[in-house]
Design a protein around this ligand. Structure first.
Ligand SMILES: *Cc1c(COP(=O)(O)O)cnc(C)c1O
Length: 421
């Protein structure tokens, strides 16, 4: 049986049926910002594997770090045991975020679960029974059940699971545009906090860019206001930086655009440079002290692969590499090129809106019926992107060559033109 036939018969793919209703690309290998198919066709990577491969693929330094660790200790349980890799990684995260306490998790969704549990335990430790969260419309925080319950209720999978999901409180998403007015959303946010604060443990948001729920870029003022409200009502501010973290918006963390610190931050995706699955929840000392000094006194979570040394080793190297390279200059150059190239899509009949920030470029269409056709066109023309719904977008590695980035956007636009003819 050819492996593709095995795949067809036995293997689930993300958000798909079995067998897959859509064609899957047989990929053989990767190199830098290229993906090579079975037949050696080369595609320029316009997705950086869902925000994760920030340095491109097969980076020699990252590969060496993980290979070295492989011979020393691939894994060890973290219960009752400490190892230098975890400590080194956590110190890097603490220094980068200005927060204090790190909990290592195996994936972004799990990390969001832990953040929600932490917020509830924090309030509980203060003698408060607060079990609700405020989240924004268009938000995306992951696919596990609790994470799903703080995702946009209309735009996501809430209805499939019916009453199984806890009901949280949703407020209007900030208006589109980094420099645009967001007073309407702020007004609603104030009302939402005022009405519900007594039952709310935390406010969770993706800073600056709402990712999978709509690729929406918004004004940092919204975050500043939310922080004020969180302080006023003693609600924890949870910044979900799993997508935006490690430079994607032109700042190391998107919260820096608003110049404020969250109480809890979640990071993932780019954390290991796209090599291993790993995420981290980072909190203020106040949060960890409050839980640790409570009657229960412990944070109730502990994944089997917590602090996996291989993942730690490559995360450490990825962060060091990022800090040693002119990543910010590169991301801002990418931002300028996206802006320039996306202009050509502005007045197309099918296009609703174009937007970009940092290493992210987005074309929103008026209709959601073209995604597959546009993806097929791009692949045929040497570019890998994976649009969803109305959103044709690209997130690139910071090491992408200028000509490759220009090609990605040009082919995206050609593809949009092609579906109408
Ligand atoms: C991808 C993502 C998650 C979930 O991470 P997984 O590693 O896919 O579980 C959570 N929050 C945000 C903002 C994300 O973009």
């Amino acid at each position: 049986m050819h492996w593709l036939d095995i795949d067809k018969t036995h293997v689930w793919h993300p958000y798909n049926s079995l067998p897959s209703k859509t064609k899957l690309l047989p990929v053989k290998r990767t190199d830098k910002t290229s993906i090579f198919l079975e037949d050696n066709t080369e595609l320029i990577d316009g997705m950086s594997s869902w925000w994760s491969a920030i340095h491109g693929y097969n980076n020699p330094r990252l590969t060496k770090a993980i290979k070295t660790q492989l011979d020393i200790m691939p894994h060890i349980m973290f219960g009752g045991i400490a190892h230098e890799n975890a400590a080194t990684l956590c110190k890097l995260l603490v220094d980068l975020t200005g927060l204090n306490s790190v909990f290592l998790c195996d994936s972004g969704s799990v990390c969001v679960e832990v953040a929600l549990k932490t917020a509830i335990q924090y309030q509980e430790a203060k003698g408060l029974k607060k079990y609700k969260f405020i989240a924004c419309e268009h938000s995306y925080h992951g696919d596990t059940l609790a994470a799903m319950s703080v995702c946009d209720p209309n735009n996501s999978m809430h209805n499939i699971y019916g009453t199984y999901l806890p009901k949280h409180i949703f407020t209007k998403a900030p208006e589109l545009g980094f420099n645009n007015d967001c007073t309407k959303a702020i007004e609603e946010l104030e009302k939402t906090f005022e009405i519900h604060h007594k039952e709310v443990a935390g406010f969770i948001i993706e800073p600056i860019v709402q990712g999978a729920g709509g690729m929406r870029i918004y004004n940092p003022k919204f975050l500043v206001k939310a922080k004020e409200l969180c302080i006023k009502y003693d609600i924890l501010f949870i910044a979900d930086e799993i997508a935006t973290g490690f430079g994607h918006t032109g700042k190391m963390f998107a919260m820096e655009h608003a110049n404020i610190k969250p109480d809890i931050m979640t990071v993932g995706k780019g954390l290991t440079g796209g090599y291993m699955t790993m995420a981290a929840m980072i909190t203020s000392k106040e949060v960890s002290d409050t839980i640790s000094n409570s009657q229960l006194g412990i944070l109730m979570h502990g994944p089997t692969f917590m602090g996996n040394p291989l993942a730690c080793s490559v995360a450490i190297e990825s962060i060091k590499l990022l800090l040693e390279t002119p990543w910010q200059k590169r991301v801002l150059t990418i931002e300028a090129i996206f802006k320039e190239e996306l202009e050509a899509a502005k007045n197309l009949e099918l296009v609703e809106n174009i937007r970009n920030i940092g290493a992210i470029g987005v074309i929103e269409l008026k209709d959601n019926i073209y995604a597959q056709e546009i993806q097929d066109y791009c692949v045929k023309n040497g570019v890998w992107i994976r649009p969803f719904g109305k959103l044709i977008y690209s997130i690139v590695a910071y090491t992408i060559k200028e000509e490759d980035l220009r090609k990605i956007v040009k082919v995206m636009i050609e593809a949009i033109k092609s579906v109408k003819s």
